[in-house]
Design a protein around this ligand. Sequence first.
Ligand SMILES: *[C@@H]1O[C@H](CO)[C@@H](O)[C@H](O)[C@H]1NC(C)=O
Ligand SMILES: *[C@@H]1O[C@H](CO)[C@@H](O)[C@H](O)[C@H]1NC(C)=O
Ligand SMILES: *[C@@H]1O[C@H](CO)[C@@H](O)[C@H](O)[C@H]1NC(C)=O
Ligand SMILES: *[C@@H]1O[C@H](CO)[C@@H](O)[C@H](O)[C@H]1NC(C)=O
Ligand SMILES: *[C@@H]1O[C@H](CO)[C@@H](O)[C@H](O)[C@H]1NC(C)=O
Ligand SMILES: *[C@@H]1O[C@H](CO)[C@@H](O)[C@H](O)[C@H]1NC(C)=O
Ligand SMILES: *[C@@H]1O[C@H](CO)[C@@H](O)[C@H](O)[C@H]1NC(C)=O
Length: 319
Amino acid sequence: MVLPLSLLSLLWASTYLRSTHASRQSLIVTNNSKAGLAWPNGDFVDIQQFTKTGKVSWYYTWGPIGVDTTDIEFVPMLWGADQVDQFTSSINRTLQRTGATAVLGMNEPQETGQSNLTPEQGVAMWTAYLEPLKSQGVRLGSPAPSGAPSGKQWLLDWLGACGNNCTVDFIALHWYDVNATKFQEYLEDFHSTFQRPLWVTEWTCQNFNNATAQCSPEDIIAFMNQTQSFMDSTLWVERYAWFGAMENLQGVNPEDGLMTSTGKINSLGMQYINESSTSSATPSIPPSAIIPSLAFPVSRNPALFCAIYCLVFLSGFLS
Ligand SMILES: *[C@@H]1O[C@H](CO)[C@@H](O)[C@H](O)[C@H]1NC(C)=O
Ligand SMILES: *[C@@H]1O[C@H](CO)[C@@H](O)[C@H](O)[C@H]1NC(C)=O
Ligand SMILES: *[C@@H]1O[C@H](CO)[C@@H](O)[C@H](O)[C@H]1NC(C)=O
Ligand SMILES: *[C@@H]1O[C@H](CO)[C@@H](O)[C@H](O)[C@H]1NC(C)=O
Ligand SMILES: *[C@@H]1O[C@H](CO)[C@@H](O)[C@H](O)[C@H]1NC(C)=O
Ligand SMILES: *[C@@H]1O[C@H](CO)[C@@H](O)[C@H](O)[C@H]1NC(C)=O
Ligand SMILES: *[C@@H]1O[C@H](CO)[C@@H](O)[C@H](O)[C@H]1NC(C)=O
């Protein structure tokens, strides 16, 4: 999916420069905590709303920099060519600081609107920036193709072009459509084709073939239930992340959102984290732990946001 990369880069940079945390403990991912968050929100949205049940045990940000307000496992990613500088200048520190156990490859490489790489360019990027991380003990996830038919072919071509030079510990993939059984069949096909565990790093109930035939809220509840249960009970699906945990779904059916337009977890979000809407689970970290400077009014005001974070960003260079 398309992301506001310039905004995110600023966010990542400011997060990186602000970070002074000592290394963190990662939770172990179990059969009941494969759920993750594809999280483009930085620290603007309270991530702890989603982690309090223990169902969600990891997150990624479509980039190499995590957020400060959670201790669940961060999985860095090299999105594509535009992120190479940021990735190489931060990845060692991130691996040390967060104890990340896995790193994700490029985002939807076969889509011209996404990382837009030929299989050969994908090989070059992988061998330059990802494969060397094996020596630091992390597991590596393949580039994650979109669910278009060209996706599987791109991965086959990429693996072929890589020969033995790419250590692919698991296959990452995205899937957007409306039929939960088809989703299951797609995963089974990827698993039998690539003979590796899978991470579904984006999936949701979204019709890209017919814009007027989108899932109703009831369809989405049933679709999430069926697909998530399937993955929870399938050993070779290691992790997954729904699209999306964000206020604005960027063209995807807004009913698929896990939060309101003001960043509060909604009933679908509660279903995702296995929280009953009547339960009153308490956050594991008190809200006061959230960095005060990221309070609501600042995050909703782009000018103020930039005034503060551009300064933080610049002071990083000047100091
Ligand atoms: C997950 O469940 C499978 C059986 O469905 C079991 O063999 C495996 O040990 C479980 N893994 C964990 C981490 O609990
Ligand atoms: C959901 O939570 C309940 C406890 O509230 C637990 O028994 C159950 O195993 C959980 N299910 C999943 C799929 O995580
Ligand atoms: C990252 O660490 C590895 C292994 O310690 C080292 O070979 C590599 O040069 C480092 N990269 C950067 C950019 O510092
Ligand atoms: C694999 O790497 C070796 C050593 O860098 C190189 O000589 C070879 O051409 C590479 N193979 C492929 C298929 O890229
Ligand atoms: C969903 O996909 C399955 C398997 O391809 C198919 O049998 C079923 O008819 C589909 N359901 C709908 C409502 O189209
Ligand atoms: C798209 O969906 C609408 C509503 O379900 C339906 O009426 C229409 O025939 C569909 N169009 C195509 C090309 O399938
Ligand atoms: C999910 O499906 C199961 C079995 O079909 C059902 O018992 C459960 O109530 C459903 N959960 C939700 C949130 O719809």
